[in-house]
Design a protein around this ligand. Structure first.
Ligand code: GDP
Length: 460
């Protein structure tokens, strides 16, 4: 496990730019002696005499004893701080120049250097304040863009995934000790230690692990949003819908069929869901060469999409082109959007055999019923939501670790059912436990730790 040097680190913890307040954070064994050099309390004692979790109002002075700003200093005593070390936070008036000037002054203290990206959180991890999954959730919290994303990141930051993985690890340890007892006393009739019980425990573990694995897709939706395709033949109102959803005139809207020729990508928020929206060329038979390219791209984007909004013009009967599109639509991820509900309706003839996720009638032009579409999309996005308290596989690193643990448990199960020696079962269960320790960061290489924290911003 990586050890860090004893030096003290400092950085501006708030975004660079103008604001009401900026916070400069110092962490490490010299945090208080450094603060003593530059902080003059208006009343009360120097920072090194302050109790943890207390604040003091005073002046920040530079090496020439000039006042740079009036500030509030907050003291945190190790181990009761974010990093687990002595921490001083200085809240000064916001503004890039002032906060940088204060930081530069702090960096003249002996053994104080600028923090690297994510180094405060890395120290929290190295000091045992956070597991690696919790630290990763801190990064997710910072970049979260929606209420659900924030709620999940907060629960994971509080250790939901760590607790879930610990349950798995404990079960594996229990099985390993059963195996040891069994190997040592093969002829004894020890209750709870036999092949059937072990097999049942492994099956149970596999099912719980698979359940946690299934949270990965929902996590991806929270982080990245839904890759969404708006499909439909020319002139049904795809561009109009796209523009209504994105709130700006990005695609070309025209009465001439087939004018939307390329895939335009736009990221928009619909309620609490981020849609990565592609306005594609219409899916239809065409002799037009340029359009043909767009159509082929459309069909492959239907396959790759998380969600398809299939648009039909409900003011005219369904055409063969519409029916061709219906054949290509993936049922389990399609919301049918009947557009132009404002026009007089003929016998629409929606007598096709297709079970979309939902069906919504709207007028994209008048922006009627878009809230209905929003509800349908939110229901779709949340259909595989797992309770945040059950933990979540939040990124590729965690997914690979859990995948390794899963296949190791499966190997142990296979070895058991093939009647192989207990040693083989033990080796596989050991491998599973190891993969889980890597997931939580309890056994992890320096390189992995460095990669995780390089995602953070400086100051966190
Ligand atoms: P696209 O080819 O599928 O992208 O279709 P467009 O968005 O370019 O729309 C084609 C025509 O239908 C335009 O004249 C739009 O103004 C019109 N249109 C789109 N949505 C509606 C709607 O809800 N009601 C009515 N009456 N016309 C619409």
């Amino acid at each position: 496990m990586q050890q860090y040097s004893t030096d003290t680190i400092a950085a501006v913890a708030t975004p660079l730019g103008s604001g009401g307040v900026a916070v400069i954070r110092i962490s490490g064994q010299n945090a208080f002696s450094c603060a003593d050099l530059f902080f003059q309390p208006v009343r009360g004692s120097l920072p090194s005499q302050m109790q943890g979790y207390t604040c003091s109002y005073g002046y920040f002075i530079n090496q020439n004893h000039e006042i740079l700003d009036d500030v509030v200093l907050t003291a945190f005593r190790n181990p009761h701080s974010y990093t687990g070390e002595d921490v001083v936070e200085i809240s000064c008036h916001g503004g890039r120049f002032l906060s940088q000037k204060i930081l530069r002054t702090i960096l003249t203290c002996p053994d104080v250097r600028l923090a690297e990206a994510g180094e405060f959180t890395k120290r929290a991890f190295l000091n045992g304040k956070l597991s690696l999954t919790q630290a990763e959730a801190v990064a997710d919290l910072i970049s979260a863009s929606g209420e659900n994303a924030v709620r999940y990141a907060r629960t994971l930051r509080d250790g939901a995934t760590f607790r879930k993985i610990s349950e798995f690890s404990n079960l594996i340890l229990e099985m390993l000790s059963d195996l040891a007892v069994w190997a040592d006393y093969p002829d004894e009739d020890i209750p709870g230690v036999d092949a059937d019980t072990l097999e049942a425990k492994m099956q149970h573990l596999l099912s719980d692990m698979n359940q946690l694995m299934s949270s990965y897709d929902y996590g991806r939706i929270l982080r990245e949003g839904l890759h969404t395709v708006i499909a439909g033949k020319p002139n049904v109102g795809k561009s109009t819908l796209f523009n209504a959803l994105s709130g700006c005139e990005r695609s070309i809207v025209t009465d001439i069929a087939g004018t939307t020729r390329d895939v335009v990508e736009e990221q928009i928020r619909l309620g609490d869901v981020i849609l990565r929206l592609s306005d594609t060329a219409g899916v239809h038979d065409t002799a037009d060469k340029v359009e043909q390219i767009g159509v082929e791209r459309s069909l492959s984007s239907l396959e790759q999409a998380d969600l398809v909004l299939a648009v039909f013009d409900m003011s005219v009967p369904l055409s063969d082109e519409d029916k061709l599109l219906i054949e290509k639509l993936p049922e389990d991820k399609t919301i049918i959007v009947y557009n132009k509900s404002d026009k007089s309706l003929p016998d629409f003839g929606a007598d096709f055999h297709f079970s979309p996720v939902e069906t919504v009638e709207i007028s994209a032009k008048n922006q009627d019923n878009l809230s209905e579409l929003q509800n349908a999309v939110e229901r779709f996005a949340n259909r595989h939501a797992t309770p945040a308290e059950d933990g979540m596989i939040a990124n590729e690193r965690q997914r690979v670790c859990l995948e390794n643990a899963l296949s190791a448990v499966q190997e142990a199960l296979d070895a058991l059912s093939m009647g192989l020696a207990f040693d083989a079962v033990t080796v596989s269960l050991d491998a599973a436990a190891d993969a889980l320790l890597q997931l939580t960061g309890e056994r992890v290489t320096d390189k992995v730790v460095d990669t995780v924290f390089s995602r953070f911003c400086v100051g966190k």
